[in-house]
Design a protein around this ligand. Structure first.
Ligand code: IPE
Ligand code: IPE
Ligand code: MG
Length: 254
């Protein structure tokens, strides 16, 4: 039986986030420059998007460039940014065909003009698509996102639009870049690193974490489906006991 058919499509995570890591090491292993790895990571992006769409995942967030990645050598940043432009151009048709909406989180004003423009164009052109929402985290840092949220909330308090007592989790959530999205259910990181690297810190509070040694350019649909199967074998308790969850399941079955 192929791996995809083992997936219970009624119990897929609503929101999957992926830290696409390992491009540089993939290239190095082949005796090539790091940017060769980035170029070969594009196919993995495409496969992951298609795989998510095939099993009815509603939101897929891909970590493409962090606020900290601006500290890389300029040459590498330039390649990543031009890859972004060409990939967006190439993907538009496919996004339309598969009814996928593109959105973006992060400080995108920092992107080079061309990449910024291309991005906004694809966002605009796909805004009515409904099958899957694809979020690109670009120039994204979770701490920066939280700092921005606190600034926006403070201003509202100063302007008396909001009382300090009214600040709750929902208000904070509503001031993050991800305010329209459900929490992350499942976080995948490739390349063997087991860290979060400033990604969606608030939104992963109860996410299931999955780490695989596969380097990003080698990541294919089967790897994605394998990860989803792993997710489906876990029990998400959200602080409750296993027995409480069993009881609830029995009630809904009745
Ligand atoms: C992920 O691969 C891509 C980005 C962070 C932009 P890396 O470039 O981090 O590859 P490694 O981790 O050095 O192998
Ligand atoms: C995280 O990967 C950022 C992205 C995948 C875009 P990094 O390779 O930048 O993370 P660290 O530096 O190893 O933590
Ligand atoms: Mg890395």
């Amino acid at each position: 039986m192929d791996i995809k058919s083992k997936i219970n499509t009624k119990n897929t995570p609503k929101h999957v986030a992926v830290i696409m890591d390992g491009n540089g090491r993939w290239a190095k292993k082949k005796g090539m420059a790091r940017v060769f790895g980035h170029k070969n990571g594009v196919k993995a992006v495409r496969e992951t998007i298609e795989a998510a769409a095939e099993i009815n995942i509603k939101v897929l967030t891909l970590y493409a460039f962090s606020t900290e990645n601006w500290n890389r050598p300029k040459k590498e940043i330039d390649v990543l940014m031009s890859l972004l432009v060409t990939s967006l151009k190439d993907e538009l048709k496919r996004l339309q065909k598969n009814n996928i909406k593109l959105e973006c989180i992060g400080n995108i004003d920092n992107l080079p003009k061309k990449a910024h423009k291309e991005l906004l164009e694809v966002v605009e052109k796909t805004k009515d698509n409904t099958h899957l929402t694809l979020i690109l985290a670009l120039s994204y840092g979770s701490r920066e996102e939280i700092v921005n949220a606190i600034k926006k909330i403070s201003k509202k308090v100063v302007n008396k639009e909001l009382l300090t007592e009214e600040i709750d989790e929902k208000i904070i959530n509503n001031h993050l870049y991800t305010f329209t999205l459900p929490d992350v259910d499942f976080l995948i990181r490739t390349s063997g690193e087991q860290r979060i690297s400033n990604f969606l810190l608030w939104q992963i509070a109860y996410a299931e974490l999955y780490f695989t040694n596969t380097l990003w350019p080698d990541f294919r649909k089967e790897h994605f489906f394998e990860a989803i199967l792993d997710y489906q074998n876990r029990e998400r308790r959200f602080g409750k006991t296993s027995e409480q969850l069993q009881d609830r399941n029995e009630q809904t079955e009745k």
